[in-house]
Design a protein around this ligand. Sequence first.
Ligand code: IVH
Length: 679
Amino acid sequence: MTFAEAQACHARLAEQIRVHDRAYYVLARPVIGDAEYDRLYRELADLELQFPALVTPDSPTQRVGGQPLGEFRPVAHRQPMMSLDNTYSIGELREFVERVQRLAPGEKLDWLVEPKVDGVAVSLTYKEGRLALGATRGDGTTGDDITANLKTIRSLPLRLAGDPREWPALLEVRGEVYLPRAGFEKLNADRVAAGEEPFANPRNAAAGSLKQLDPRIVAQRPLDIVLYGIGALEGAAPPPTQAEALEWLGRFGLKRPEMTWHCGSFEELEAAIAELDAARRGFACETDGAVIKLNRLALRDRIGATAKAPRWAIAYKYAPEQAQTRLRNILIQVGRTGALTPVADLEPVFLAGSTISRATLHNEDELRRKDIRIGDMVVIEKAGEVIPAVVGVVRDRRTGRENPFRFPAQCPECGSSVARESGATAEDAGVIWRCPNPDCPAQIRGRIEHWCSRGAMDIEGAGEVLVAQLVKAGLAHDVADLYRLNLLEVASLERMGGKSAQNFLEGVEASKKRDLWRLLFGLGILHVGAGVAKALGRRFGSLDEVRQATLAELTQADEIGEVIALSVMKWMGNPRHQQLIERLRQAGLNFQSALRAPNAAPGGLAGKTFVLTGALASMTREQAAARIESLGGKVSSSVSRKTDYVVAGAEAGSKLEKARALGVAVLDEKAFLALGPSE
Ligand code: IVH
């Protein structure tokens, strides 16, 4: 294939992928299946491997890329990013409408009502249709350059859709990045399983994700975006109204708000707000209010803004679902990683469809900040949170008999002195107390439960109760002990029949054959959730390869950055854990990975056959051969249909001709040097 042919083929594939991305992620109307999509994507990626010059920043393959950043670069917004005044009251909303009317006397006002998405405000800059910059709001004038993170959002076009002749020379669009509810729940479940602090709500999760310096971590968070405004605009006339602006942005493939209402009177505004309230529970994103915007853009300019917020818009916020109840006690739960979590023991109360008697108090800092005391009347809320949270105290109801809670200095399970550990990530830095004793019964139970759980080694019948009994009876101290249990021991536990004991032991036996990723996940290494464990399983053939891997080798696995790699290395380096692994090996557990991709050798060239021809400028032929082999490839002397690549230097002769005749990929020196890891 000539370069020009490759270029045409690349443009066609990239466009097809963009169309399908839009159909799937923006319009939620997929046209092709996953397998077909993957085929297109692979074809594009292969073509780029062959012709690295085709890789442009807006190629669909470039969503997750680049190295982790040291810090975010500050960027100035072309137009300030303002915030909104907000209100919880319909009376104030009426005053707002009257105020705007006074500022535009004699004008017939019309409004657009949009959902107020509870996420993180961002600004995107497209230059000549290409995404050039993505930034946070920051202080409204200057934000952080988070382009690499935003590119991972699949519904965000890296290149605008529609007719390029209609693309503005420069377009600044404003919107909100959010984590859909389902993604939030899954992320939190994964975080808990990986020994990390769950996020309090989807907005914190979105904000925490966008703050990550490693785009590969962001890529694992299923973030989404909605666009609702235009900032700076050059080379195109702005649409005259908000409704038309959204329509116009939509034509460029930018995702619009889920629903909007065009209203001509206050009564219509009230009705729209009520309709949105009823509809928002079914939205994928957490929606905490309605944004009411003057529809005509020219009128907005006349009305202007205060220093902080426009005068032509307001956010009406829905009151979160709350209830009041008495805090009977504060319990401390000790998790698998030793983390101590305060939990509210409440007088049961009905809230948003269920009876609540437990709510999270998050951590000690939260308890102090809210000055929550045992015996207090507290307000609990379910606002996007999966677990209800205590939001505050009803001070007027204090009697003076409430008791301030002292966070225990000792682990309530084993009595060890607890330590306030600096978190491994910015998201949970320094707020968690941990029990440092690895022999703490709560931690042992937690580790064994996690090992047996469905997502990990999937051992039938190993519920909370059985695990607690095994630990209490001294039969299991760690997961390797499970493989030494006999029928008599298990059957002699309280309420354990012979049949269930038998089933459990069969489950234990069956777990010996589980794939490596389940075992890695089951070990409970900090930051190694199921997704990371699978990435390790795809990269490495066995547990021993993972143990021997260097930092550089670990970070070459998809989705694995330095924080995770260091955590794996630390875990593997602990002599206790090394002994555990040896005992698991002796028990006959499978340490091999069935996920291991056949061509995923360190350099990614495994199984690929190369033929060298002609003279390379930067290295000898021997050096080139050594490079190929070090990346896992093979070097052969003659070209055949089985050859994957011919590397052609200056004055290449018959081998090059033969490669062309057989349709074998030809790499020039630059393309050859671009293969493999980029140091
Ligand atoms: S318009 C100058 N529209 O809510 C007007 N904002 O509380 C700027 N938000 O800063 C905002 N949904 O981050 C607008 N449909 C929507 C919105 C929305 C959510 C956020 C935005 C804003 C904050 C104000």
